[in-house]
Ligand binder design. Structure first.
Ligand SMILES: Cc1cc2nc3c(=O)[nH]c(=O)nc-3n(C[C@H](O)[C@H](O)[C@H](O)COP(=O)(O)OP(=O)(O)OC[C@H]3O[C@@H](n4cnc5c(N)ncnc54)[C@H](O)[C@@H]3O)c2cc1C
Ligand SMILES: NC(=O)c1ccc[n+]([C@@H]2O[C@H](COP(=O)([O-])OP(=O)(O)OC[C@H]3O[C@@H](n4cnc5c(N)ncnc54)[C@H](OP(=O)(O)O)[C@@H]3O)[C@@H](O)[C@H]2O)c1
Length: 459
């Protein structure tokens, strides 16, 4: 598959590149490419830029979110950056991958994050009261179409996984929903917990330490069987429970280790009543461990289940996809070794899809913090720059041509885009409102329609 080179291109000089997705990775690519003098078009599904920095990072982290927002504003306000919010790329969406390829930009970089839902093959996972963490996170961050949807959690919530996303969900359940009990379900042991010690401060006030000691005593023989010291692990784990933030709730937070979810059990109304888990043991796997099922099952009563096990990419986007990820070039021959990691690859033809690149969580789903996504964008920009150096650059008039075709296409498809001016009006309108009772952090309009009413709709 060759990439359609726009008319009127010459060697040397600047190019027009399209970045799809305005999260930390996409904004990082846009930053580097625009600083290098290229024209950058950003197409973003959400009206607002930021991705998970806007709709993922816990909404009370105002300093972190505000700092990122400031950096992103500076980028999108550059004269050679053209922001189009409210534009989803994908099959049967505003624009398809083929539409983008036909526009005649020099390169298209997909920084769309991990928008697909990862399921772990647990029977009953479509019951009422089963949720995927991303949806819950989008809900309490008030992403339109998630913010005003009810998320009934009941009294006792089982959260599958022990990463930072589990902690964010537990934070919301503890401080804001004030449920009775939250239990993190881990298929491995306490040593293999993934959350950052600093993040646990948001909920450690509510951790039932006596129950945690009992849980460690219960699994002690299985930890010792692989040479783990249960007392040392418990000591290290509880040492992180310092500087605990007051939550003002009596929610009890606990852990269930060596427990692999098998089935969601429901009542006559298809509502969650329990989680069936299988006892596991640890087996060494290189430097790490793996959980191995013991074929002993028990019911863990709960009213809702949240899967916080990471995400996968959206396979409906229209890029070659396999096993939860977009396919990248398996061979680095002939390139700088880094290049292949960012190039999309068509296995049917055995060829790199020229001019189409991946970065951030679209390249490596659910991996790392904002800083890692930013670094990935910078790395991708280096790869794209090497590619552009081999291509003819845009002649005067060609950039306007691409932008005109893009605007015409979006108009033809009745897509109401939001540009910088629209975002400015929206920000002013939101700042003028006080946060709704019960919501966290700053005020946000609930729907795209509400947001669009407060934009000037100019791009
Ligand atoms: C719940 C949660 C909390 C987190 N908290 C922190 C934290 O406190 N600190 C920290 O450092 N890191 C945190 N992270 C990690 C951080 O958010 C990620 O590392 C980072 O956001 C990944 O960036 P990205 O640009 O690859 O993807 P994303 O941030 O997901 O951005 C993807 C962008 O692509 C757009 N998009 C998606 N699909 C399409 C499409 N089809 N067409 C057009 N546009 C599309 C979206 O609108 C979005 O703007 C958190 C992650 C999660 C899940
Ligand atoms: N505040 C913050 O800084 C913040 C907040 C949220 C997210 N993030 C970042 O975002 C990234 C993603 O976080 P995450 O929490 O989604 O992912 P994560 O850290 O990889 O944790 C995923 C958890 O799910 C478990 N899991 C995966 N597959 C499973 C299965 N089949 N059955 C049972 N359990 C399973 C994992 O257990 P195993 O270990 O056994 O696989 C692990 O405990 C991380 O880099 C994180 O640091 C940061």
């Amino acid at each position: 598959m060759g990439f359609a080179m726009g008319e009127g291109m010459s060697r040397q000089g600047s190019h027009l590149v399209i970045v799809v997705g305005a999260g930390p990775a996409g904004m990082s690519v846009a930053n580097i490419m625009s600083k290098a003098g290229h024209e950058v078009v950003i197409l973003n599904r959400d009206i607002k830029f930021g991705g998970l920095a806007e709709y993922g990072i816990f909404p009370s982290k105002l300093k972190l979110r505000g700092g990122l927002r400031k950096q992103y504003w500076e980028i999108i306000e550059r004269p050679n950056v053209h922001y189009f919010g409210n534009v989803t790329v994908g099959q049967s969406k505003a624009l398809s991958v083929e539409d983008l390829r036909a526009l005649g930009a020099s390169a298209v970089i997909f920084a769309t994050g991990a928008q697909g839902t990862k399921t772990i093959g647990v029977e009953g996972d479509s019951a009422m009261g089963v949720y995927h963490a991303k949806d819950v996170v989008y809900h309490f961050n008030r992403l339109p179409s998630f913010g005003d949807r009810p998320f009934e959690m009941g009294k006792h919530v089982a959260v599958i996984g022990v990463g930072d996303v589990m902690v964010d969900i537990a934070h919301w359940l503890t401080r804001y929903k004030q449920v009775e009990r939250v239990t993190a379900i881990a298929r491995r042991g306490p040593l293999e917990r993934k959350y950052n010690p600093k993040e646990i401060r948001a909920v450690c006030h509510n951790i039932d330490q006596e129950a945690l000691r009992e849980e460690c005593a219960r699994i002690r023989p299985r930890l010792e069987a692989v040479g783990q010291d249960a007392d040392k692990i418990l000591k290290e784990m509880t040492e992180d429970f310092t500087k605990c933030e007051a939550t003002g709730s009596s929610t009890k937070m606990g852990f269930r280790f060596l427990a692999s979810p098998r089935r969601v059990l429901t009542d006559a109304h298809n509502r969650v009543r329990a989680l069936e888990v299988e006892e596991t043991k640890l087996e060494p796997k290189g430097q790490d461990t793996a959980a191995v099922g013991l074929k002993q099952y028990y019911e863990f009563p709960c009213d809702s289940v949240v899967f916080a096990v990471g995400d996968r990419v959206d396979d409906t986007l229209g890029l070659p996809y396999k096993n939860g990820i977009f396919v990248t070039n398996p061979s680095s021959s002939g390139n700088d070794p880094d290049d292949a990691l960012f190039q999309t690859f068509d296995e049917a033809s055995g060829k790199v899809i020229e001019g189409i690149f991946l970065t951030g969580w679209a390249r490596k789903a659910s991996e790392g913090l904002v800083g890692i996504a930013k670094r990935d964008g910078e790395w991708c920009a280096e790869v794209v720059t090497r590619y552009l150096d081999t291509r003819a650059s845009a002649e005067r008039g060609a950039v306007e041509g691409v932008l005109r075709r893009l605007r015409d296409l979006l108009k033809e498809r009745h897509v109401q885009t939001v540009g910088v001016e629209g975002l400015r009006s929206l920000e002013l309108a939101e700042k003028a409102c006080t946060a709704t009772q019960g919501s966290i952090g700053e005020f946000k309009f609930a729907t795209n329609q509400d947001m669009l009413q407060h934009t000037l709709q100019k791009t």
